[in-house]
Design a protein around this ligand. Sequence first.
Ligand SMILES: *Cc1c(COP(=O)(O)O)cnc(C)c1O
Length: 389
Amino acid sequence: MDSVQPLSPPSRVLMGPGPSDVAPSVLRALAAPTVGHLDPAFLKVMDEVRAMLRVVFGTENEITLPMSATGSAGMETCFVNLLEPGDAVLVGINGVFGGRMAEVARRCGAEVVTVEQEWGRALSPEQFREAGAGRPFKLMALVHAETSTGALTDLAGFREAADEHGALLVVDAVTSFAGRPIEVDRHGVDAIYTGTQKCLSCPPGLSPVSFSERAMKVVRERERPVQSWYLDLSLIGQYWGKERAYHHTAPVNMVYALHESLRLVMEEGLEARFARHAKNAAALRAGLEAMGLELPVPAEERLDPLTLVRIPEGVEDGATRKALLARYGLEIGGGLGAFKGQAWRIGLMGAACTERNVVLCLSALKDVLASQGFEAKADPVAAARAALG
Ligand SMILES: *Cc1c(COP(=O)(O)O)cnc(C)c1O
């Protein structure tokens, strides 16, 4: 084999659907000395991580911990722990990730009934009431923030709908965590998961989850053991809990990075962080609309950390994104599923959610679109500035 050069990845501005820009102090945390996964110094880090996760999730749940893999593993954790073959589940689908939930539930041997909603729109508790009328379900699942479409579903009312079916309530909060209020306990959510690389601005690699006491009772009273040994929460809970029993070797340095990214969230304050995401998202939308671009998601259902923009007629998707990356080092996301080739996804997550990035993105897009023959109707930066006040 020829000699391999050391890594030298380019420095980008990450305004896609994740990963988002990682804060410098989080990158430094990754480079801290690795210690044993049962070292007293590490046990303290673990306890602080759990305490901070509870604050951001808005929960007192004892079982609140990061799974050692990306967001999709958090999704699998919820379904493999709570489901047994033959269980009936109700899954809302208004984008790619709802569809992934349904697929994971089917692979657990569950009987899946789907609640279909137009892509780009929020789900409602009434839809779940109607779709499952008159029969019990083991659990009901939905995506809080659909990253494939930029639609946000308000969690109010879903607990009551789940109670009508005698169901546990499972929520995907991968893109809302640390960018929008979640309030697990207030909304009566039984199992929830997120990922580190979206609004937390940590590299991808961990998936924090939280399970209510009611959900853990279901896990403890299973007829058969959880099919996935690696994702079995009753075992992992004994490592993150008082027993400190070895299960698998924790990814020590990733837990450092999670600790630092959560610490930054605590330092900023949740309310200030949510307000920053809302303010910059409003400025981005104002700029995009001033240019004459269309935002397919209705205003009241839009997600602050991710904005869906329709690709104007005559403009080439791939060429535009390539030019943004080449000229400006700027990454935005392409469309997924029903929006593939139809829309772009612009993320404003965590450390990447800044006024500077809003202005950069609008100016860069205006420039690149002009070379594709699309002239902006009005100055997007002026519109964004006006929205920022
Ligand atoms: C990113 C994402 C996931 C999957 O997370 P990975 O880290 O890619 O495994 C799941 N759900 C939503 C809503 C997401 O945005």
